[in-house]
Design a protein around this ligand. Sequence first.
Ligand code: C2E
Ligand code: MG
Ligand code: MG
Ligand code: MG
Length: 284
Amino acid sequence: CADIAMYRAKQSGKNKLCFYEQKFQDEFNQNFVIQTALRSLKFSNYFTLVYQPIYELATQSISGFEALIRWPKDQGAHYSPDIFIPVAEQVGMIDKIGTWVIHTAIKQLSTWHKTLDSSFNMSINISPIQLINSNLLEILKNESDKYGIAPNRIILEITETALVKNAKKVNSTLKALSDAGFLIALDDFGTGFSSISHLIEYPINIVKLDKSMQDHHNIQSKKYKILKGLGKMLNELDFTVVAEGIEEAQQLEVCKGLPIDRVQGYYFSIPLPATDIETFFESV
Ligand code: C2E
Ligand code: MG
Ligand code: MG
Ligand code: MG
C-alpha cells in the first residue's frame, strides 16, 4: 500500500499530499479513539494478560511465560499492543498500565508456583518510560514481596529503544533492579538499534533474538550465518539466549544446532489466557 502511494507520489504532487493527509487523519482518529478509551477505562475490566510459554531448548520443558497485554475490542478481536502501547506512552498512561501488568503477572506467577511448578519464571515487558519515570524498583519489590516471589523469577524485557534515550537514568534504574536480583532481558535483539556496546554497558542477563532472525531459508543464507554467529558470541559472553518467533519445525531444528538456550513461538504455543494454560497442564 505504501509502495503504491510512493509510486503515485512520484507521479503527482497532488496525490502525494492527499495520501499523507489521509494517513495522518486516519492515525489521528485512531489515536484519538484509543486515547479517549484509555482514559475512561477501569483497567481490570478491560485489559487482560495472555501468557506465552518459553521452553528450555535442551529439555523442551517450560521454563516460564511471557505476559502479553490484550485489550479486547468486539467479537474476539483486540487492539494490538503494538498500536495502543505507543499511544499510552504518548498520553502519559503507560506507568499506570505497566503497574497493572506487573501486579497481575506476579500474582498469576504466585498461583502457578503453588499449583503448577515452583520453578517457573515470568517475563514482563517494560516500556522505556517506566524505566525513566516511575518508582519501578519499589513497585516490583512490593509486588514480589507481597506474593512471595524471588526477584530472580522475574524477567524484565526491555528494548534497545530504552537504552538509547536517557541512557544515564536508565542505566542507574537497571543497575538498581539488577542489584535487587531481578533479571533483565534485551528484547528484539537483531533489529533497530542493536549494538554490541549495549550488551557490555548495561546489566543484561538474557538476550532475545528477534523473530525476524528466524526468517532464514537455508544454512547458506546471510541471515542464518548472522543468527549462528550471534548465538555463538552471546553464548560465549554467558548470556542466556532465547530465540523468539519459532513457527516451524525446521526453525526449531536450526536452533538445536546453535548455542541457543530457550525457544518461544507459535510452533510451541500462541499466547494463551491463564485458564487455558491451566487446562493444558491438567491434560498432561
Ligand atoms: P514482544 O515483547 O517482542 O512480544 C512478542 C510478540 O510476538 C507478541 O506480540 C507475540 O504474540 C508475538 N509472537 C509470539 N510468537 C510468535 C511467532 O511465532 N510468530 C510471530 N509472528 N509472532 C509471535 P503481541 O502480543 O502482539 O505484542 C507485541 C508487542 O507489544 C510486544 O513485543 C511488546 O513489545 C509489546 N507489549 C505486549 N505486552 C506488553 C505489556 O504488557 N507492556 C508493554 N510495555 N509492552 C507490551
Ligand atoms: Mg517481549
Ligand atoms: Mg520480542
Ligand atoms: Mg517487539
